[in-house]
Design a protein around this ligand. Structure first.
Ligand code: PNS
Length: 159
C-alpha cells in the first residue's frame, strides 16, 4: 500500500489545495493531509479549525486522513509510513523555494521522495494569503474556497 503525505499550512484550505487532495487521492492508496502548526508564519485560523475545515471538505474521500504534526515533516512522513511527499506547484515562482525544501527533506530522510503536482490552471493564481486579504477587504471569495466552509471563513475573517 502506498501512503503519501500532503503537508501545508492550510490557513485556510483553498480550492487549489482541495484539487491537489482529490487528484492525489486518486493516485495513492492512502493520503495523509498534514497540517503544520507553522513556526515562521502566524496562522489566522487555529490548528483545530484548520483540521476541522479539512475534515469537513474531505469527508467523502475514504482514503484521505487529516493529521497534524510537530517537528520535521520528514519525521512525520516516516512515522506514518509515508514515503512520498506531495507538493502542489503553482508557477515558476514556487519552484525555487519548493526545490530547496525538497532537497533539504531528501537530505533529512533519504527514504522519502518529494513529488510535485502541477496545480490546475484555473487555480494557479490562488493562495491562502490572497484569499484572506480579499475577504478581509470585503471582496468575494466564493469559488476560491470550498463552499461548505465559505461562510465560516468569511465570518471569522470579518469578525
Ligand atoms: O502551506 P505552506 O505554508 O507552504 O507549507 C509549508 C510546510 C508546512 C510544508 C513547510 O513549512 C514544512 O514542511 N514544515 C515542517 C518543518 C520542516 O520539516 N522543516 C524542514 C524542511 S524545509
Amino acid at each position: 500500500m502506498t501512503t503519501a503525505i500532503y503537508p501545508g499550512s492550510f490557513d485556510p484550505i483553498t480550492m487549489g489545495h482541495l484539487d491537489i487532495i482529490q487528484r492525489s487521492a486518486r493516485i495513492f492508496d492512502h493520503l495523509l493531509v498534514a497540517v503544520a502548526p507553522n513556526f515562521s508564519k502566524s496562522p489566522i485560523f487555529s490548528t483545530a479549525q484548520r483540521l476541522e475545515f479539512l475534515r469537513e471538505v474531505t469527508q467523502d474521500l475514504v482514503n484521505v486522513d487529516i493529521i497534524t504534526f510537530q517537528g520535521l515533516l520528514v519525521g512525520a512522513a516516516q512515522k506514518n509510513n509515508a514515503r512520498i511527499i506531495v507538493k502542489g506547484l503553482r508557477a515558476i515562482s514556487d519552484f525555487e523555494y519548493e526545490f530547496q525544501m525538497a532537497s533539504m527533506n531528501k537530505k533529512l530522510g533519504d527514504d522519502v521522495e518529494t513529488l510535485f503536482m502541477a496545480t490546475s490552471t484555473k487555480y494557479s493564481y490562488l493562495s491562502s494569503s490572497m484569499v484572506k486579504e480579499v475577504a478581509q477587504l470585503g471582496g468575494c471569495i466564493r469559488g476560491l474556497v470550498p463552499d461548505a466552509i465559505h461562510d465560516k471563513i468569511v465570518s471569522q475573517l470579518l469578525g
